[in-house]
Design a protein around this ligand. Structure first.
Ligand SMILES: [Ca+2]
Length: 213
């Protein structure tokens, strides 16, 4: 993985940890990734650090996702019973009529995420959901169109911390409704949805993941 000055991954490497890093270099996604929905994904070459742009279709509620594996369940390899950290450096290209998620997901009832939905106010929200229970909480940080580093750290057995640009958000840590059932293996998944008849997009610079073993 290429690491340049402006995008240094703050996850350190050490023994007894699995480390995954994706910088989106080149002109296409690596095989590990899949994308789908109503829009498209473009990996932008000849740009410092490599960027993937995820774009929705141009009809209301069109969405597009980027995830490990071909389907929502294919690569679920992370579990909160050992420390899991995920970091995403990303930029929204619009903040109006848009919904975005940066998620560790088992399924739609069991996940951990940052999300921003322009219908729900100006701010990013944080959330842990287990067995369908667990509400979104206000991060206190407004969405904008600059790059930011979104970081989730899961400390077993029952704390999940959320950071934006290295600063812990409001309402962090979350200590309830953590998806910690024995079978709740989690998959990184990013999604963007347009809430109007216009295409919306986000740019992802890198995704870094650490799982202690
Ligand atoms: Ca990159």
């Amino acid at each position: 993985m290429s690491v340049k000055g402006h995008e240094a991954v703050s996850i350190d490497f050490a023994q007894d940890r699995l480390l995954f890093g994706e910088d989106f270099l080149g002109t296409q996604l690596r095989d590990l990734w899949s994308n789908g929905g109503t829009g498209g994904v473009a990996v932008v070459d000849a740009q410092t650090g490599g960027i993937v742009r995820v774009t929705t279709g141009a009809l209301t509620n069109n969405s597009h996702h980027l995830q490990w594996g071909e389907n929502p369940n294919e690569i679920r390899s992370l579990h909160v019973d050992k420390k899991v950290t995920i970091e995403v450096r990303a930029k929204l290209n619009q903040t109006t009529q848009i919904a975005v998620e940066y998620r560790l997901r088992f399924d739609w009832n069991n996940y951990i995420f940052f999300n921003y939905n322009s219908l729900g106010g100006a701010n990013w929200f944080i959330r842990c959901r287990d067995g369908g229970a667990g509400a979104g909480l206000d991060s206190g940080i407004a969405a904008d169109t600059s790059y930011h580093i979104f970081r989730i750290e899961c400390f077993p057995p029952d704390e999940v911390h959320f950071y934006i640009d290295g600063v812990e958000t409001a309402n962090s840590p979350i200590t309830t409704n953590i998806p910690d059932d024995a079978g709740d293996f989690l998959q990184p998944a990013l999604n963007i949805q347009t809430l109007t008849n216009l295409a919306k997009s986000m740019d992802i610079d890198y995704i870094a993941i650490r799982q202690e073993i």
